[in-house]
Ligand binder design. Structure first.
Ligand SMILES: [Fe+2]
Ligand SMILES: [Fe+2]
Length: 156
């Protein structure tokens, strides 16, 4: 089941970032699907936890990437991530307390990611390209090591 449809509007053009964003969209679609198939809270909790873990990994990596790229609005970008996680955590707590907040969580996730990627993330692409697309071997090495450090396996 597709809740968020991947489209060219969500592409930043940075392949390693697009892969991570695709995984996030897939995780949200999984949550949507599972929430329609079962009301077993343990199963839903596992899907939510896995999704949140990956989002945190993505944010951590992205913030390091922006710092390394000298992107001037890195602090403001970090704040957007932090506010989102705070908001998500509030929903997560309500879910743990037994409230049926999944429709609200899903709606919030869709609205936030469909805004954040083509607006806030798209804004850093030029700075990242300037640092990493110029063939600087040290930059390429940093990127490879940092991706491996944060992600294992194919999601990197
Ligand atoms: Fe971001
Ligand atoms: Fe992102």
């Amino acid at each position: 089941m597709t809740y968020i449809k991947w489209s060219s509007e969500l592409e930043t053009g940075l392949s390693f970032i697009d892969k991570q964003h695709q995984r996030i969209v897939a995780d949200i679609n999984d949550l949507y699907e599972v929430s329609h198939k079962t009301d077993q809270r343990e199963m839903l909790a596992d899907v939510i936890n896995e999704m949140v873990d990956y989002m945190v990994k993505h944010f951590t990596f992205e913030e390091e990437l922006l710092g390394k790229s000298g992107y001037p609005f890195v602090k403001a970008h970090e704040r957007l991530h932090l506010l989102f996680l705070k908001h998500l955590d509030e929903y997560h707590n309500r879910f743990r307390a037994g409230e049926n907040v999944l429709p609200e969580i899903l709606a919030m996730l869709k609205t936030w990611w469909e805004h954040h990627i083509p607006n806030d993330d798209a804004d850093y692409v030029a700075a990242v390209n300037k640092k990493f697309a110029g063939g600087d071997p040290l930059a390429a090495e940093w990127l490879s090591v940092t991706l491996k450090m944060h992600f294992s396996g194919k999601e990197a």
